[in-house]
Design a protein around this ligand. Structure first.
Ligand code: C2O
Ligand code: CU
Ligand code: CU
Length: 485
């Protein structure tokens, strides 16, 4: 697709898609709200750069505790994304993004996090069920030039998670600069299945992020009032930090671990030619059975593991698309014979025990709203010194989450996972029946989820967070704090 067509598609899309296109409709000509950059996309639809698989992070085993130890350095850098120029970036143990952390259920990990950013930060393990003082939320700040030592047991099932900063008010800018990485948990149940699981061969992280990229190759993260309200959206979409990349793959089943790591853009991912795929896992691990799909919508922070069967496609290419913009994000080039095949089983997990509404002892409302140029949850804005919700350990509750605004939001909670009971009053579609920690709420949507904090208590000195994962909203206060006792 040509640049001009992308803009056109996006503009056309606005009528049907609310504000999820380029985010241009609300202010039209700009004027008082400040101008939106109309730089054309730098995605060309021609795939010239090699796909980048983030390396797995090096670890060592502590001779004293037997814990698995990771050393992480959060640093500034610069990187060239286009044919021209470099841009200032941030990365972990590198210039942009971060190595993939790999953990196994049952082990304890120590993470030594050094802050070389020259500004305060934190490092949050999104999706990990860890003690609240190890969570890396806004209370676990890391001052410049100091080390934060996190340590926790890995108690959860196999899942695709991620890690990113969470400093109150600067999460958006720091993630945008490049501070994000994948965190994959393995367990015996998932390793025993005949799924693609050879990292970098048939099992790939796919971190999708849009950037407002200037013709000179620099990122722009200055926020107009409108961008604060709608979330920062960029003209150019990167996969694992690479523009227009091509992945050479074998003619076999391939597993893509999709992460919407964007600040605010909502994608509807598909493969060219409506190629079918199987959804095998959402945020908190394997589904009971694969769900056949041809597209999947993902809001920021959500993860989805999909398996695409390329067995019959040797010699051809397909691309990963975003149907919301019509853009091609990367290409899969099936140019190698399979060295070993897999056959995704029809049953993935027999250990899921869904909670039912009848078990709930309480229904807790969460109203996502906007007004007077502000964003709210339950009519409040985040205050570091106020606890908003007190949960009881092991109590089963329904969260009644309602977006009363005309704009997209989502809802993420730390310290526990949830299951969707209903979306707009109807039972969830099969692809939303798995365990989740982040859920998309388009304009005026209402979602009920069921949740149980089973793992850790959380004191008022180290509360867990819940928030909209549109990072500009989170930074603007669309977040609250909870305790578990
Ligand atoms: Cu991905 Cu509270 O964050
Ligand atoms: Cu999180
Ligand atoms: Cu929001």
């Amino acid at each position: 697709m040509k640049r001009r067509d992308f803009i056109k598609t996006s503009m056309l899309g606005l009528s049907g898609l609310g504000l999820s296109g380029l985010g241009l409709s609300a202010c039209g000509g700009g004027g008082m709200m400040g101008s939106i950059d109309l730089q054309p996309s730098l995605n060309t639809g021609v795939f010239t750069r090699p796909f980048f698989t983030p390396p797995e992070a090096l670890s060592s085993i502590s001779g004293i505790t037997g814990n698995k130890v990771f050393d992480l350095s959060m640093q500034t850098g610069k990187k060239q994304f286009t044919g021209q120029g470099t841009t200032a970036t941030m990365g972990i143990n590198g210039q942009f993004l971060a190595p993939t952390l790999r953990m196994t259920k049952g082990e304890t990990v120590d993470l030594n996090v050094f802050n070389a950013l020259g500004q305060e930060t934190t490092l949050h393990w999104h999706g990990m069920r860890v003690p609240s003082n190890m969570d890396g939320g806004p209370h676990q700040t890391i001052s410049p030039n100091s080390i934060w030592k996190a340590s926790y047991p890995v108690i959860q099932r196999a899942s695709t998670n991620w890690y990113h900063p969470h400093a109150h008010g600067s999460t958006g800018s720091q993630v945008y600069a490049g501070l994000a990485g994948m965190l994959i948990v393995d367990d015996a149940e998932s390793l025993a299945l005949d799924l693609p699981k050879t990292y970098g061969t048939d099992d790939f992280p796919v971190i999708v992020q849009d950037r407002d990229m200037q013709a000179d190759g620099t990122f722009r993260y200055s926020l107009s009032h409108m961008e604060r309200m709608q979330g920062k959206k960029g003209n150019t979409i990167l996969v694992n930090g690479v523009l227009d990349s091509v992945l050479d793959v074998q003619a076999k089943e391939v597993r893509l671990r999709l992460l919407n790591g964007s600040n605010s853009r909502i994608y509807n991912f598909a493969l060219s030619g409506s190629t079918p795929f199987k959804l095998i896992a959402t945020e908190q691990g394997l589904l009971a059975a694969p769900v056949p799909l041809t597209s999947i919508t993902m809001s920021p922070g959500e993860r989805a593991e999909i398996v695409v069967d390329l067995t019959a496609l040797q010699g051809s290419s397909l691309s990963l698309l975003d149907l919301n913009t019509g853009m091609q994000l990367m290409q899969l080039k099936v140019n190698q014979a399979a060295t070993a095949v897999t056959t995704t089983p029809s049953v993935l997990s027999t250990t899921l025990a869904p909670l039912t509404a009848a078990q709930s002892v309480k229904t807790r409302p969460f109203i996502l709203s906007m007004g007077q140029g502000k964003v709210y949850i339950n009519n409040k804005q985040m205050a570091m010194t106020r606890i908003d919700e007190a949960f009881t350990l092991n109590a089963i509750e329904i969260l009644d989450i309602q977006n009363t605004s005309n704009m997209d939001h989502n809802f993420h909670i730390h310290g526990a996972y949830f299951q969707i009971l209903s979306r707009n009053g109807a039972a969830p579609k099969a692809y939303e029946t798995g365990l989740k920690d982040t859920v998309y709420l388009p304009a005026n949507a209402k979602v009920q989820v069921i949740i149980q904090f089973t793992d850790h208590t959380a004191a008022a000195t180290a509360p867990y967070m819940y928030h909209c994962h549109i990072l500009e909203h989170e930074d603007a206060g669309m977040m609250g704090q909870l305790t578990v006792a």
